[in-house]
Design a protein around this ligand. Sequence first.
Ligand SMILES: Cc1ncc(COP(=O)(O)O)c(C=O)c1O
Length: 353
Amino acid sequence: MSKFWSRKVKEAKPYVPGEQPEQTDVIKLNTNENPYPPSQKTLEAMHGAINDDLRRYPTPTVSDLKRKIANREGVAPSNVFVGNGSDEVLAFVFQAFFEPNETIKFPEITYSFYPVYSNLYDISFQKVPLNADLSIDVEGLYDSVGGVIFPNPNAPTGVAMALDDIERILQNNRNQVVIVDEAYVEFGTETAVKLTKAYPNLLVTRTLSKSHALAGIRLGYAVGHEDLIEGLERIKNSFNSYTINRVSLAGAEAALEDETYYSHIINQVIQTREWASGELRSLGFNMTDSKSNFLFVKPARTTARILYESLKERGIYVRYFNQPKIDGYIRISIGTDAEMKILIEQIEEIMST
Ligand SMILES: Cc1ncc(COP(=O)(O)O)c(C=O)c1O
């Protein structure tokens, strides 16, 4: 604590990201990154962007990328906002649509950045407990005072919500903004983007970090009614006009033109997830029905903490959340088939000692 800190800094409760180990010889299954590299065309585009133009600021309007995203999502460019990772988009969302004295709602077990942003922007929140099967309590998200935010599929459970349920949440929050954070949507559930045409209070956020193997370039976006997009632009332009750097921009545009490659790696991750969940179930593990690029599992014959620590000693990083209600689980990001085979072998060994 320093006397020079503002009240905000003193009271901040920053997000704790998954470990990014220095060693390279570890199997890293702790931050839901894609185990496959970006496509060759994406990498070439980024190499191509390293040129004399770097002395110039990048575009403040990101028009070409917005057009590409709009084509992909079947909306107009005026329905698209682009940010430096969806975390930045979410940070702007909290400032653009939520008010300090109007309590927002989100699930009790969810992406841990939501309470961090709430605290940072002095927004009060109500945590809505999950159902016994770890699905989100849909009706619990009705009738918020200040707005609603949840991921679909939820994190870290991986459990998806049907579009009908999302629609019910929208109908029961007509005067509040509802944010559906679709960071993992491409791994097995339906996007709510089409609902943005009927519901001016819906904003959907997406990221290239997971499905497009581009966590390193920090590129996220939001789709919604143009009034919501304008709100986000007003916050962005009160903060930093040039949030997307030239190299990221080139990579993102190229990635969106290379969907064959990305669909292929997404399908591979889904196949590996199904295989690994079968293996873990046969070892007696319980788990949610994950539609994401990770599994949320309750170990058999050992505790989550011991399994997390034992795997780490063996150079395999998974995520353990030392918090009530989920401290019996570990979250395992889906790696390559080879990585997941090693994981299963190591778990078998740990269980037999
Ligand atoms: C639910 C959820 N939303 C958003 C993000 C942020 O993604 P990014 O900032 O990489 O776009 C994550 C990252 O793990 C996440 O789990």
